[in-house]
Design a protein around this ligand. Structure first.
Ligand SMILES: Cc1cc2nc3c(=O)[nH]c(=O)nc-3n(C[C@H](O)[C@H](O)[C@H](O)COP(=O)(O)OP(=O)(O)OC[C@H]3O[C@@H](n4cnc5c(N)ncnc54)[C@H](O)[C@@H]3O)c2cc1C
Length: 497
């Protein structure tokens, strides 16, 4: 029997549970500080908060890719306005995750246990791992497992203007119910950030029928593209061989090599280099004008380039990133990352249309060049690079989450793993992992036996990991490694000590 401890109870944990073989050689315990399933992203109740991927992309199971589509057809068909291309509320996805966890529970029966609390320490014990769980009120318990999978999720946004604790400041846009009444009582509010979470804030105040003015502010004012319906790439060259050849010759991909790969892929799709460059330039411009046009007709910056970039994000980017030299990574991060993210994670077209309407009827403005947000006696003053200032009564923070940063729930555990030398911080994000197996790498760079990582905390070695498509693929790969382990080992059952 192999006993598995899964730490974290969000979408990644559910995906792993669903993809573990239903073998009587496996015994599983899930440790989570909230009910198994929705996590931070999908516990949002507001219907205005919709998924940023179509239903066809959201199954938790790689072997049943249409599962979520089938689930929506059975439980909420009224949301399938564009069949498998529909965008549905995130709360609905949360319900699907809960159902999916129930399915796993019925498959595993008594071999699946749920432990409520936070895992605060993991230490070696015999040939396995001893987990210390803080169940609240000072109650601590311990359990030993052969294999541990860390599925710790992502952290809330950073606090770039040090406003935490200031009245009329909302540090995290989720859940919307935490701030919507406060904003509804004002005439003016700001959302700090122009990413997908900032869009959720704008759509939530619109859905509420608020009559005040919302200003969306960020340093660059870059907003995601509007999603077009795109098919997978036709051209499927052997990029791995190309990367291997260059790496053997020069020790890694320089930035020029990366551009050549992108040009090669673009050419294979019949797209000129100048068209790719133009789309990247356009998406990097402050978005107000582009979005105002969406009120009339929704369109992406360039459908062909969006298709190319989504294809690269889905199939090639992690391999390219893994082979890039440090200078190449630095150039990518400083010149291209923001535009790449805006093109590869587009907004649902219906969200772009609603934002466009808000802009054209004056309910929303989008401003780039923010330098500081100062708390005043009644609200905030926002200072811009051109010397102008704007005052608002309330501010909602929707800045980006720092890549791979642990959430408050995961902080003690991550510190303990680092302290024990069981993990290594990644200079580009979370903890270092073996990109082939998702095994955690220890302080000396060796794979820790029987310890795996899935989700955002694995970012750094992997560039793009947080979409459900990426999570379920990685979860399946970890599930297979664990299944192999269950065939070869005969270790003890989990025991509380
Ligand atoms: C707002 C938002 C919207 C998103 N929308 C989409 C989308 O539309 N489509 C898409 O493909 N992807 C989307 N994503 C990305 C991704 O699908 C989600 O982030 C998803 O929830 C990730 O699942 P997870 O299990 O890794 O993390 P989470 O759902 O955050 O779950 C991790 C859980 O583990 C718990 N935990 C952490 N540490 C411990 C510990 N030490 N002990 C016990 N419990 C612990 C946490 O409290 C948390 O409940 C979105 C992400 C966000 C933030």
């Amino acid at each position: 029997m192999v006993s598995i401890g899964i730490v974290g109870g969000g979408a990644a944990a559910v995906s792993l549970l669903r993809q573990l073989p239903n073998s009587d050689r496996l015994d599983v315990s899930v440790y989570a500080d909230r009910p198994l399933g929705p996590g931070r992203a999908y516990c949002e109740n507001a219907d205005s908060a919709i998924l940023n991927r179509q239903v066809f992309a959201m199954s938790v199971s790689d072997s049943w890719p249409d599962e979520f589509h089938d689930w929506v057809r059975a439980h909420a068909p009224e949301w399938l306005d564009e069949d498998e291309h529909s965008f549905v509320p995130r709360s609905l996805y949360g319900r699907y995750l809960t159902d999916s966890a129930d399915t796993a529970a019925s498959h595993f029966g008594e071999r699946l246990g749920f432990v409520s609390g936070r895992v605060i320490d993991i230490a070696p014990r015999d040939r396995g791992w001893r987990l210390t769980v803080d169940s609240g009120d000072g109650v601590r318990a311990e359990a030993v497992h052969d294999v541990v999978v860390l599925a710790l999720g992502s952290s809330p946004p950073a606090d770039p203007y040090n406003l935490h604790g200031v009245a009329s400041y909302t540090p995290d846009p989720y859940p919307t119910s935490g701030w919507i009444d406060d904003v509804a009582a004002t005439q003016s509010a700001a959302v700090i950030g122009t990413g997908l979470s900032a869009v959720d804030v704008a759509l939530a105040v619109r859905a509420r029928g608020w009559r005040g003015h919302l200003t969306m502010v960020s340093r660059h004012g870059i907003l995601p593209d509007a999603r077009a319906i795109v098919s997978p790439l036709d051209f499927d060259p052997d990029i791995s061989a190309l990367i291997m050849r260059v790496t053997r010759k020069r020790g890694g991909l320089e930035w020029e090599d990366v551009l050549h790969i992108v040009d090669y892929l673009a050419l294979g799709e019949g797209i000129r280099r100048s068209e790719v460059r133009a789309a990247f330039r356009e998406i990097s411009q402050p978005a107000a004008e582009r979005l105002a046009e969406m009120a009339v007709a929704t369109g992406s910056v360039d459908v062909a380039v969006q298709r190319l970039v989504i294809g690269i994000a889905q199939h090639y980017v992690n391999e390219i990133w893994a082979a890039m030299t440090r200078p190449a990574r630095a150039t990518f991060l400083s010149t291209t990352h923001a535009a790449f993210a805006a093109l590869s994670n587009p907004l649902p077209a219906k969200s772009a249309r609603r934002l466009g309407l808000m802009l054209s009827d004056g309910a929303l403005s989008i401003s780039a060049g923010v330098r500081d947000v100062d708390p005043g006696r009644t609200g905030f003053g926002i200072r811009f690079a051109d010397g102008t200032r704007e005052s608002v009564e309330h501010a909602v923070n929707a800045t980006r989450t720092p890549a791979g940063a642990p959430s408050p729930a995961a902080a003690s555990l991550v510190s303990s793993l680092l302290y024990r030398g069981l993990a290594q911080r990644n200079p580009y994000g979370g903890l270092r992992v073996d990109v082939g197996t998702n095994a955690l790498l220890d302080a000396s760079g060796q794979a820790v036996p029987g310890m795996y990582v899935i989700g955002e905390i694995a970012s750094g070695d992997l560039y793009y990991i947080s979409s459900m498509g990426k999570i379920r693929r990685r979860a399946r790969s970890v599930a297979r490694h664990i299944a192999d382990e269950s065939m070869t080992s005969n270790r003890s059952e989990a025991t509380y000590v």
